[in-house]
Design a protein around this ligand. Structure first.
Ligand code: PNS
Length: 165
């Protein structure tokens, strides 16, 4: 039987506990999981792609029982990346109804570009449903305890990065 390889694509700028919850749950369902971090030269990120990949890799290495998860980066179309890796499965987390419209566009566009691609949605654990990378960046730098929302490594890097800018 073919191995079921799932891609979890995103900006991961930075990775949050909500992302990690989805990654851990996916790793129990699929044979292999690829965390695919987007490189988009037209978008301004807080962390460079190198930093996003390194941070994510460090977190994955620190977690138990997820040996089937690997971290990668990609540019261009997600469907082309999926084809290159031999996967036709995309997994996205869904937090609230407000996510739905964008996710529907994304899924429909990917399906139009490659009809073999299937996108699966996983409801984010309710305790993380209000967390996004953007909202975390918005509260960082003001002394709030970020470890409730992001792994310790990310909280530390956010503080360090804010000192640099
Ligand atoms: O974490 P994000 O920013 O919500 O992730 C968005 C992502 C990376 C899944 C999406 O922007 C993407 O797939 N970009 C690659 C370009 C592409 O394939 N676009 C067509 C689908 S909209």
């Amino acid at each position: 039987m073919n191995k079921k390889v799932a891609i979890i694509p995103g900006s991961f700028d930075p990775i949050t506990l909500g992302h990690i919850d989805i990654i851990e749950r996916c790793s129990k369902i699929f044979d292999e999981v690829i965390i695919a971090i987007l490189i988009n030269p037209d978008k301004k990120y807080f962390f460079t792609v190198k930093e996003r990949v390194e941070m994510t890799q460090e977190i994955i290495d620190s977690l138990d029982k997820i040996d089937n998860v690997r971290v990668d980066s990609f540019s261009g179309l997600l469907v082309s990346y999926a084809k290159k890796t031999g996967s036709n499965i995309i997994v996205r987390g869904l937090r609230a109804v407000s996510d739905f419209e964008y996710e529907m566009q994304l899924t429909s566009m990917n399906k139009s570009l490659d009809e073999e691609i299937e996108t699966f949605y996983m409801m984010t654990n309710t305790k993380y449903s209000f967390i996004s990378s953007s909202i975390i960046k918005g509260v960082s730098g003001f002394g709030a305890d970020l470890t409730k929302f992001v792994p310790n490594i990310v909280a530390k890097r956010l503080e360090e990065k804010l000192k640099e800018v």
